[in-house]
Design a protein around this ligand. Structure first.
Ligand SMILES: O=P(O)(O)OC[C@H]1O[C@](O)(CO)[C@@H](O)[C@@H]1O
Length: 448
């Protein structure tokens, strides 16, 4: 079977720079696996593909099947790690226009994501779209108190209870949350929602292979067994301590070498629009894991060739503090041939009958050379196909690389103290009890 490939031959990094980190990687590998490093109470994801709860996994199938049968629309409420992974999978593996396909072709409900913004327009428009449709919802929040999904859930719970009456609404609402504590767990108990557990030792951004990601992905009609098979094979493939044989650790090492040379921005580039949300998921994983203690690579993303006509200028010619990681799909799901045109007014007959994927590949090759010539080191991660299996494998690749990369950088890759600051200010400005003094001082600064 083909594998994920990592190529750093265009990174302008010397052999000895990599060799120098070999011993450190080995030591950090043991720290990770023996769970002796910073954030070690959040390492549940590390062996999860091998020892996940099979009983709960079966229940995800059963529930997904029920939702697929009785729902025209499935609404997923969540933010950050409680949302991005499922969306990444559904977009990468599924149909580009999932919701617009005729129902019989889709064989799954329309899928909508909410709870990841505070836009009234977004909610109002969603309500218009789901009118007259049978709806099920899944609320996903580990803490159960995150403001954005909590507001969304309040709105949608009222909508569901109004539409179906409380008893039926309760059967159409599913919750994925902490096993014991939190506001959502309490509500789920009271209302008798069917629930799934987010393990204590798995943080939001590492949770896509738990029910957080798997339930929405299964409802969308994607084979979650294959995802877990890919993740399990990744566990094996990236288990070795030796840098030479472990592409996942090589990626961690290469990005740190580039960072130490002033390349402080990593741009994840792809040539398939279906990877858009994978890049969003990746940004949270790396941004939240590494951006702390005054350090961290800024993770950004572009979609080529779209962004070659905008960000391409900056990448080619702007400040040289960027490196690029290209995420390639070797065999895209589809291909089409460019048609011959007798008149050739557009002068494109040199492309007649060529495969569009081939044109896209040449765009990649041409850009790789142009950007490396322009002083932008390029790393390339290639996945054979955009299938559930490779999604699972890629997720684990990035997760483990992120843990190693964070440890090399010298941070705790598993906490996120910085995200609390905006929350405190927002609560204070909204008048949440307990935040009165902060509210007063913030208002003085804002409205002086
Ligand atoms: O699942 P929860 O607790 O609602 O958290 C959602 C997201 O919010 C964060 O805590 C950041 O605000 C992320 O780490 C997390 O993925």
């Amino acid at each position: 079977m083909k594998d994920i490939r990592f190529d750093y031959s265009n990174a302008d990094v010397k052999r000895h720079e990599i060799e120098n980190l070999k011993a450190q990687v080995r030591q950090l590998h043991h720290m990770l696996h023996k769970k002796t490093g910073a954030g070690n109470d959040f390492l549940g994801w590390l062996d999860y593909p091998k020892d996940y709860d099979q009983e709960e996994f079966q229940r995800i199938f059963t529930v997904a099947e029920r939702i697929r049968k009785n729902s025209d629309a499935f609404i997923i409420i969540g933010i950050g790690g409680s949302y991005a992974g499922a969306r990444a999978a559904i977009e990468m593996v599924g149909h580009t226009f999932h919701n617009l396909l005729p129902k019989e072709k889709r064989n799954a409900p329309e899928i909508y994501f909410v709870g990841h913004n505070l836009s009234a327009t977004y909610y109002q428009h969603l309500m218009e779209v789901i009118e007259n449709k049978d709806v099920s919802i899944c609320v996903i929040s580990k803490s159960g108190t995150t403001t954005e999904p909590a507001i969304a859930f309040r709105l949608l719970r009222a909508y569901m209870e109004g539409k179906y009456g409380e008893a039926e609404a309760n059967q159409r609402i599913y919750a994925v949350t902490d096993g014991q504590k939190g506001a959502l767990r309490q509500l789920a108990r009271e209302k008798r929602y069917e629930t799934f557990v987010i393990p204590d030792d798995i943080g939001g951004r590492y949770s896509v292979l738990t029910a957080v990601g798997l339930l929405p992905i299964a409802v969308a009609g994607i084979d979650i067994r294959k995802i877990m098979a890919g993740a399990k094979d990744a566990w094996e493939a990236y288990h070795g301590e030796d840098l030479e044989g472990n592409p996942c650790y090589q990626y961690a090492v290469l990005r740190n070498i580039l960072y130490s040379k002033g390349k402080v921005i990593e741009v994840l580039a792809s040539y398939e629009p279906s990877l858009h949300y994978l890049a969003e998921w990746w940004k949270q994983l790396y941004g939240e894991s590494e951006g702390k203690d005054g350090k961290g690579i800024f993770p950004a993303s572009v979609e080529f060739s779209t962004d070659l006509h905008s960000m391409g200028q900056l990448l080619q010619d702007g400040r040289r503090n960027i490196f690029e990681t290209v995420l390639r799909i070797e065999k895209p799901k589809e291909d089409i041939r460019i048609v011959e045109d007798e008149d050739n007014v557009d002068g494109l007959n040199f492309l007649s009958l060529k495969s569009l994927n081939e044109v896209n590949d040449h765009a990649f090759e041409g850009t790789l050379l142009a950007h490396t010539d322009g002083g932008v080191p390029n790393l390339v991660i290639s996945i054979p196909e955009a299938t559930p299996y490779y999604f699972g494998k890629l997720v684990y690749f990035f997760e483990k690389a992120c843990a190693m990369s964070g440890y090399i950088l010298g941070v705790n890759p598993f906490d996120q103290p910085g995200v609390e600051d905006y929350k405190k200010n927002m609560f204070a400005l909204l008048g949440k009890p307990g935040y009165e003094a902060l509210g007063k001082s913030l208002r003085e600064r804002l409205y002086k």
